[in-house]
Design a protein. Structure first.
Length: 665
């Protein structure tokens, strides 16, 4: 039977379309790791899990928040945040063996020794007390913490951001002697913002934004300013996102410039808000995570912002001393590139960000987590590979291409924090993913998915949202992911094989928000901690059986002018009691014998609900020594550079601060 030409063309079109769909499915479906390589990979890693410390006599646990009456029907949704973790050196012993973590079950910000380290002091809670201005635990809760030397006295302080109020700075008082342990009495609380305000903040980072040698701050806010989302006695109607993909009514970014500080028994620090650092268009995202990194070599950090319900932003730093200025960069779209895989144009739900050189080309790449639940959302994680064309940023172009699919890092679940780390020191970064949303017994994905296909007016008004109550489940059984790179160049999640939680059944899945990295005992193996929502949180001690060589750098800025660069082997202050403050933003480049480079930066708190300690850690595999170049700004803001020939292992490096520019390294 002869068919008309039009019918044949339609059949041919259908066949071609089906072939394309099948090809795309084959290209994007998860590929299994071979049994032999799986066993090899698994035998390269080993972690021992221990619960994070809690204060004695804490209040009874709760598992849902008191919320505004207009959102009570979605109180499980509103109650999904608040767990966070950061590791650092609070007691000044030279090891990053102290932990600050927020437990939503008690809303306490716990400070204590990391499990498996010595019990050097009692775990305590950071809270300013009932006499502190605007302090009302009934209408606020902690969200994230940042450990940093904010008043530049060589002692580490803690910045805590909250839902329901503006951030609080907890400054470490100068102790009576070096053996005085941290305690509530050793910290003095002060407002970051004079007079306070009602913010709903997600995270904060520290970085020298204008190149004057002092640490400034960026605070990322989620809900609109003035919200009363967790005030059960408030009246009126709360509002949510004004768009599924272009929300512009969130709390957005707040920039603060360092002004001055004092130390002593009553330390102080003053930061001034910088309200014109970015344009109004960029100011009102629903911001979760922040990633500062110097991409163009001027020692001024660019800033990546992960926004929920709207495009992420990569901001080019064009600041001058005393004046912040950031300009949004735009990615370029090639044939076959989805619009949502172009920087500054995506419509995904940005949740976490981390910085690292994932392909070993000596350039910083950017790893971003989104909502990637299989068969539920069509999003992917981002792996922005640096193309090395830094000069294009002056023309407003973001020199990155999206490579998560080709690397096997596209999907893991409903994700939050993400981290890049070399856990076995082989010179290749692993990728860690915090996953899980609302854990319960009744699957509510269909209802939430229907909201995701509705119009923006329905999204904006909470009364149109489907009921989400305790006992309901939305991606609550996604498991923590630990991606390793195989010989084929792709990443595979081996977390189930590593037994990172008790068993691997769905009922035992951790609902994780934050990931912190640190080598807590100075053995050269990176440990990590996770903050879980409405569950116990854990520290994972790295017991990798055969780690490669490593380079660990405890990089400090001097506290006094006229100090030359100083290098001491060993870990931290215990190597020689060298006073200083972490050299946040310093860029480290290791030149390998074969000509390749490895890069890292002294981190000032990139990410969402977890913070990495400010030490630099680079795996060297079999390499035993190498020249190490460090570029930094001294406390006067002058760019400096020095090269050190270092053997594998830990080194404390106090960078130079010349008496005048002629003496610069």
């Amino acid at each position: 039977m002869n068919r008309p030409p039009g019918s044949l063309r339609r059949r041919a079109t259908l066949v071609v379309s089906a072939a394309i769909v099948i090809s795309l499915y084959v290209m994007t479906r998860d590929r299994p790791l071979s049994q032999a390589e799986s066993e090899t990979v698994v035998n390269s890693f080993r972690f021992r899990r221990l619960p994070l410390p809690e204060v004695a006599n804490h209040p009874p646990y709760k598992y849902v928040r008191n919320v505004h009456p207009s959102v009570r029907h979605i109180r499980a949704y509103v109650s999904t945040l608040g767990a966070s973790v950061a590791m650092g050196d609070l007691d000044g012993d030279g090891l990053q063996n102290d932990v600050v973590w927020a437990d939503p079950r008690t809303d306490k910000v716990n400070c204590g020794p990391v499990p498996s380290t010595q019990a050097r002091y009692e775990t305590f809670a950071l809270e300013p007390g009932s006499s502190f201005p605007n302090w009302n635990p009934a209408t606020m809760c902690p969200q994230s913490s940042l450990i940093a030397d904010l008043n530049e006295d060589g002692l580490l302080d803690v910045l805590v951001v909250y839902w329901g109020r503006s951030p609080i700075v907890y400054l470490r008082r100068t102790p009576a002697d070096s053996k005085t342990p941290p305690s509530p009495a050793e910290f003095e609380a002060q407002e970051l913002l004079e007079g306070g305000d009602r913010w709903y903040s997600s995270t904060a980072v520290a970085a020298d934004l204008d190149g004057n040698g002092h640490l400034d701050l960026i605070v990322g806010n989620y809900l609109p300013d003035g919200s009363r989302m967790i005030d059960r006695n408030a009246q009126g109607l709360e509002t949510l996102h004004d768009s599924l993909a272009r929300s512009g009514n969130g709390g957005g970014l707040r920039f603060f410039r360092f002004v001055n500080a004092t130390s002593g028994p009553h330390p102080t620090v003053r930061f001034e808000p910088q309200n014109d650092a970015i344009t109004e268009e960029l100011s009102h995202g629903w911001s979760y995570a922040i990633g500062p990194v110097d991409l163009d070599g001027d020692l001024l950090p660019e800033v990546y912002i992960a926004n929920d319900f709207g495009p992420d932003r990569l901001l080019h730093n064009r600041s001058t001393t005393g004046h912040f200025q950031f300009v949004a960069l735009h990615g370029e779209r090639a044939m076959g590139t989805p619009a949502s895989c172009v920087i500054n144009h995506d419509s995904f739900k940005g949740m976490g960000v981390d910085i690292g050189d994932i392909n070993g080309d000596g350039l910083f790449d950017i790893y971003v987590s989104n909502l990637t639940s299989p068969w539920a959302l069509t999003e992917s994680h981002f792996l922005w590979l640096n193309t090395g064309q830094a000069e294009r940023m002056k023309q407003g172009i973001a020199p990155f291409r999206q490579a998560s699919e080709e690397l096997g890092l596209s999907r893991s679940g409903w994700s939050w924090d993400c981290r890049l780390a070399d856990s076995n020191n082989d010179g290749v970064l692993e990728a860690l993913q915090a996953n899980g949303f609302i854990k319960g017994q009744v699957n509510k994905w269909p209802e939430l998915q229907s909201l995701g296909t509705s119009n923006n007016q329905l999204l904006h008004n909470p009364k149109f949202w489907p009921s989400l109550q305790p006992g309901d489940d939305v991606s609550g059984h996604d498991t923590f992911a630990f991606f390793v790179r195989a010989r084929d160049g792709r990443y595979y999640d081996v977390a189930p094989k590593l037994s990172l939680q008790d068993g691997q059944s769905m009922s035992e899945a951790m609902v994780t928000r934050g990931i912190s990295l640190a080598d807590v005992d100075g053995d050269g193996r990176l440990d990590f901690a996770v903050a879980n929502q409405w569950q116990p949180s854990y520290f994972y001690h790295n017991e990798c059986p055969k780690p490669g060589n490593f380079l660990g750098l405890h990089v400090l800025l001097p506290l006094e002018k006229g100090k030359p660069a100083l290098v001491e082997p060993g870990i931290g202050h215990s190597a020689g009691d060298i006073p200083g403050r972490p050299a946040i933003g310093a860029v480290v480049t290791v030149r390998l014998p074969d000509g390749r480079k490895r890069v890292a930066q002294v981190d000032g708190g990139s990410g969402y609900a977890g913070k990495r300690a400010p030490d630099v850690h680079l795996g060297l595999d079999t390499i035993t020594e190498a020249p190490v170049e460090i570029r930094w700004r001294d406390p006067d803001g002058n760019p400096q550079q020095a090269t050190f020939d270092l053997k594998a292992g830990w080194h404390t490096i106090r960078l130079g601060w010349p008496a005048d520019r002629k003496d610069a390294l």
